[in-house]
Design a protein around this ligand. Structure first.
Ligand SMILES: C[S@@+](CC[C@H](N)C(=O)[O-])C[C@H]1O[C@@H](n2cnc3c(N)ncnc32)[C@H](O)[C@@H]1O
Length: 236
């Protein structure tokens, strides 16, 4: 190989590696600065793994050929967003709700708007609480990164009601929860926190009994997580 081609390849590789490292540092910086200051709404100790993201979008592998509408709630640093976008194309509609301004700004920065427009994906990133969702549409897929176990029972109830009322009759709602054994989890909790979690668990367990049709365990995540797939009406 001529030396000029070799040095060109080396320079390209170097630029790629630097770009990759910079985006990784940026992502972890945004994640940890927000996670430490707003743990109640972020509710995670690390960004989700790609394997968890793949499990979350599993229902999209069976999407119809017609345009679909997808809602993502609580994207954080966009790990699930990137995976969802791999399954979207011309005519599809994608709404994203993120409450946190820093994550919202980060998402604006990493989403390639020109590419999305060229692909014909109608996407809209909202900087708002999902409970303010006003879109009149029903979504074929709702993917949630929300930390339900960090919320109080009333917040969980309100959010689940909003999400279910916007899920199409045959639509799928996917969310995850960390699979920490109760003994380990309660070790880190105050007694007040334990009461809150018990109340939240009552709501979540009722919801699971009524709506869940499948569940997957993802070990390769920090901590390991369970993905739950739900429908509005299991017996339809
Ligand atoms: C567990 S983090 C998501 C982490 C993401 N999977 C990642 O790897 O970066 C949960 C996200 O939900 C957002 N969030 C919490 N409550 C929300 C609400 N009511 N409406 C919209 N977003 C919310 C938080 O700001 C946070 O970005």
């Amino acid at each position: 190989m001529p030396p000029s081609v070799k040095s060109l390849l080396r320079a390209t590789y170097f630029r790629y590696a630097v770009g990759f490292l910079r985006s990784l540092v940026e992502k972890y910086w945004v994640f940890y600065s927000e996670s430490l200051s707003k743990f109640g709404t972020v509710g995670a100790i690390a960004p989700s793994s790609v394997l968890l993201a793949k499990a979350m979008v599993k229902p999209l592998y069976h999407r119809s050929d017609h345009p679909i509408s997808v809602l993502e709630v609580g994207p954080g640093t966009g790990v699930f967003t990137a995976e969802i976008l791999k399954h979207l194309g011309f005519g599809d509609c994608f709404d994203i709700y993120e409450l946190n301004s820093k994550f919202y700004d980060y998402l604006i920065h990493i989403l390639d708007q020109q590419d999305l427009t060229e692909k014909g994906i109608y996407y809209h990133l909202h900087k708002s609480d999902i409970r303010s969702l006003k879109e009149p549409r029903e979504y074929d897929f709702i993917i949630s990164g929300l930390p339900f176990n960090s919320f109080d029972a009333q917040t969980v109830d309100e959010i689940l009601r909003v999400l279910m009322s916007h899920l199409a009759p045959m639509g799928v709602f996917a969310y995850f929860e960390y699979s920490l054994p109760p003994k380990i989890r309660s070790y880190f909790l105050t007694s007040l926190e334990r009461v809150r979690i018990q109340r939240t668990s009552v709501i979540m367990n009722q919801f699971i009994r009524k709506h869940q049709f499948h569940c997957d365990q993802v070990w390769w995540n920090l901590p390991p997580a369970k993905v739950r797939y739900c429908r509005r009406n299991l017996w339809a």
